[in-house]
Design a protein around this ligand. Structure first.
Ligand code: NAD
Length: 457
């Protein structure tokens, strides 16, 4: 299928200026918000079908987050789009200077399957707020949610403005990017595919935001509040059955509190998911048998302290804690992205740091400690996309904190105003009056060096 005719219409629509007026942008975001609210029940059903998510989980990590982005954009758009006046340097006086945000053009947003609604429509809000036309590519592995989003998008938007294309990423995305120069690619997914799309974008000189994955470490210091740490880590790890890019991937617990932490974690798992999580309404399922098989193969990497039950027919793996895991085992080489949690212990800072350094620049880093000094040391010593102290994952929910990775976990950032910035170009403008035109800046320059030195440098 050729995507070019519709993409060309989108380019023309953007060039017509139709998407620029602030009132138009607000009206479109309002329509999206209303349609999402109208489809709340259908969204819950689709996400239950695809990932066994409960309505509460869908609200907190999918629909509610997109609606919050809509509300924020509607409230702040006038402020975000206002040109920012900046001071003018001596040599340019009496000019004035300002920075004006302008839309990028036609942008492409590619999303993964783990939070299929939020990771596609969250960035969409930023792209619309910034005045762009948008092509959306959801994951093929959440077909119920993708079909529903297609219905919503087609109902709300003109196809020349927002266009959602379903299908296999490995064929759809190269066809899209090979035939058309997008003005930005916003990609969320694995590091391996991130490298492929980055190469395709380079061919067209398309700027990119890459929101990738990796192994996010979680350190528990000897002085941590163990009961609280266990609860916060369990919530972050086993929500969506561990299929969260910023879930704690593995634990590094200080040797002195190792036993206490493992016991607390076991208690919390039972408290959150009962002694039979397979029958628990709010415990998720693995996305497909391919991922299921990969995760089950990790079970032999260590000693199973709790969990380990699995059922291939229902893509179910219980919350699982592993100890005595070798650093060379595949589970410690690859991003786990599932409900298995290896617990390693350490005696000294350097020992734990060396383990973290095996996978530099994680998407997130978590440290549990009551000491400001230790917190400072860890935050300074572990470069990461984002971090929490005495918490995990929840930094994602604060739209004032830019969200994104560094190095292997990606680059660029979004959420709230940061999404608007990502999908905008900031044009620098110098306005110079013509009623005055000093001769100093024109040749001949002989004899002016002293004055030029005062003005510049
Ligand atoms: P994926 O890379 O397999 O797929 C992501 C998207 O890319 C999908 O839409 C898919 O259709 C498309 N795609 C697949 N192959 C392609 C190809 N060859 N060329 C172009 N596009 C292609 O990722 P996934 O399995 O859907 O998601 C899991 C990964 O995403 C994990 O690594 C996780 O850490 C990461 N992730 C990151 C974030 C973040 O915010 N940084 C959020 C969620 C997930």
């Amino acid at each position: 299928m050729s995507y070019l005719p519709t993409l060309t219409k989108m380019r023309d629509y953007f060039s017509s200026g139709a998407t620029r007026p602030i009132e138009f942008r607000k009206q479109q975001i309002r329509l999206l918000k209303d349609c999402l609210l109208e489809h709340e029940q259908a969204i819950n059903e689709a996400l239950y079908q695809d990932l066994h998510k409960s309505p509460e989980e869908v609200w907190v990590s999918e629909t509610g987050l997109v609606l919050a982005e809509c509300k924020l954009a509607l409230k702040k758009l006038d402020q975000w789009t206002r040109p920012e006046r900046v001071r003018t340097n001596l040599a340019n006086i009496p000019s004035s200077s300002h920075i004006m945000p302008e839309p990028l053009g036609v942008v492409l947003i590619v999303a993964p399957w783990n939070y299929p609604l939020e990771l596609l429509l969250g960035p969409l809000v930023g792209a619309l707020a910034a005045g762009n036309c948008v092509v959306l590519k959801p994951s093929e592995f959440t077909p119920a949610t993708a079909a529903l989003m297609k219905k919503i998008i087609e109902r709300v938007f003109d196809e020349r403005y927002v266009w959602l294309i379903e299908g296999d990423g490995a064929s759809v995305v190269p066809s899209l990017m090979g035939s058309f120069r997008f003005d930005h690619l916003f990609y969320t997914g694995s590091t391996a595919v991130g490298k492929i799309v980055y190469r395709m974008a380079a061919e067209q000189l398309t700027p990119v935001t890459l929101e990738l994955g990796g192994k996010s470490p979680c350190v528990i210091e000897s002085d941590a509040n163990i009961e609280v740490a266990a609860k916060r880590i369990a919530l972050a790890k086993w929500n969506n059955a561990g299929q969260t890019c910023i879930a704690p991937d593995y634990i590094l617990v200080h040797q002195s509190v190792r036993e206490r932490f493992i016991e607390a974690l076991q208690r919390v798992i039972e408290m959150f998911y009962t002694n039979n999580p397979a029958r628990c309404d709010h415990y998720g399922r693995i996305i497909n048998t391919r991922q299921f098989d990969r995760l089950v193969s990790y079970l032999s990497s260590g000693n199973i302290v709790c969990g380990g039950q699995h059922d291939r027919d229902h893509c179910y793996i219980s919350p699982t804690v592993l100890t005595d895991v070798s650093l060379d085992a595949p589970i410690m080489q690859e991003e786990i992205f599932g409900p298995l949690l290896p617990i390693l212990s350490y005696q000294h800072f350097e020992e734990a740091k060396a383990i973290i350094d095996r996978h530099a620049n994680p998407l997130s880093f978590y440290v549990y400690t009551e000491s400001r000094q230790k917190e400072k040391k860890w935050l300074e010593q572990v470069p990461a996309g984002g971090a929490c102290v005495n918490n995990s994952v929840f930094h994602f929910l604060n739209h004032r904190l830019p969200f994104g990775g560094r190095g292997n976990s990606g680059f660029g950032m979004y959420h709230g105003k940061h999404s608007f910035n990502t999908f905008s170009h900031f044009k620098s403008v110098l306005r110079t009056p013509s009623w005055i035109d000093p001769a100093i800046k024109y040749p001949p320059f002989k004899g002016k060096l002293g004055l030029l030195k005062k003005l510049i440098g």
